[in-house]
Design a protein around this ligand. Structure first.
Ligand code: NAD
Length: 304
């Protein structure tokens, strides 16, 4: 059993930390907001700062929203770096910039510690069910030590390469997810406007070549009009920004990533930055003169 620091206990972090506690590990918790009571009730220890949590732990995990938040948690006042001693391992499971990640890793390595970037895919459902996909960058020796913890939180755990490669893989993942959500939204809008029941269309397509987790989960949300997050549009804008910035640096075009980002921006302009990313369908509905996907369908009776 290990002593583990867990920093950032929002939608994802609280579920992931729960699995580690349930497996018998001792967890030291810190968040700039209130800590989830269920974790404290199950024996999680509250820490006043990331530094304090780091002093008490061998492995320190961060799960915060964006690159500046990881920077603050690691290197800000009372941050992880101030509490590190050689041999500890820092594991960032947030989805952030691959470039900044390489710099963070260098600074942590200079303190005698290994760094792993280990962003996840699978959403809140995957976090709850411990079925996350975990994409890891960093040295193999650190990966082998942390792998048993990854296995408690996820099912598909891959060491992709060196530091930054985990985050690069996650950006690639987010391109596929965004463009697939957009495709599912267009397809359901088309079917509904044509007079077909979108719930039945979705059920029919689930058996075929167009089936996907996104048609299943996000398609269901679009039909049932459930846009509470989940994964907020503002977080997906952050990820596509990383893709588009990277594309500029690399001198390549990502045309459909760019157009999907414009649709997310339109959602934000209409008050939707905190909607679940399946809310992208609402932008297409606006463009269709206000026709809603669920309008002609039977939203209450989805066939699984
Ligand atoms: P969230 O906003 O619900 O949770 C983040 C938590 O971090 C919050 O509780 C916040 O108070 C805390 N925090 C922020 N800055 C901090 C700091 N400096 N020190 C300590 N705590 C700090 O976000 P989330 O949905 O849990 O996402 C976390 C990360 O996981 C993001 O990078 C996101 O892109 C990624 N992700 C999210 C999902 C999802 O479905 N929600 C899926 C895969 C990956």
């Amino acid at each position: 059993m290990s002593d583990i620091g867990f920093i950032g206990l929002g939608i994802m972090g609280r579920q992931m930390a729960q699995h580690l506690i349930d497996a018998g590990h001792k967890l030291f918790l810190h968040d700039i907001g209130p800590l989830p009571q269920p974790l404290l009730d199950r024996g999680g220890q509250a820490g006043k700062s990331s530094e304090e949590v780091t002093r008490q732990s061998e492995i320190i995990i961060t799960m915060v929203p964006d690159t500046p938040n990881v920077d603050a948690a690691l290197f800000g006042a009372g941050g992880v770096a101030a509490g590190l001693s050689p041999g500890k391992i820092v594991v960032d499971m947030s989805s952030i910039s691959p470039l900044a990640t390489k710099e963070f890793a260098r600074k942590i390595n200079a303190l005698g510690c290994d760094y792993l970037d280990a962003p996840v895919s699978g959403g809140e459902v995957g976090a709850k069910q411990a079925s996350l996909t975990i994409m890891v960058g960093g040295p193999e020796r650190a990966f082998e030590k942390v792998k048993p913890l990854f296995d408690l939180m996820g099912k598909n755990v891959t060491l992709v390469g060196g530091n930054g490669d985990g985050q690069t893989t996650k950006v690639a993942n987010q391109i596929i997810v965004a463009l697939t959500i957009e495709a599912v939204a267009e397809a359901l809008l088309f079917a509904s406007k044509a007079g077909a029941d979108p719930a039945k269309v979705r059920a029919a397509l689930m058996g075929g070549f167009a089936s996907s987790r996104i048609l299943e989960l996000h398609g269901e949300r679009m039909i049932q009009r459930r846009f509470d997050p989940g994964f907020r549009i503002e977080l997906h804008q952050k990820d596509l920004n990383l893709a588009l910035q990277g594309a500029r640096t690399l001198g390549i075009a990502l045309p459909n990533t760019a157009s999907t980002q414009q649709l997310f921006n339109t959602a934000e302009a209409n008050g939707g930055k905190a909607w679940d990313h399946s809310g992208l369908v609402k932008v297409l509905e606006l463009m269709a003169g206000g026709h809603e996907v669920a309008q002609h369908g039977n939203a209450g009776q989805l066939l699984d």
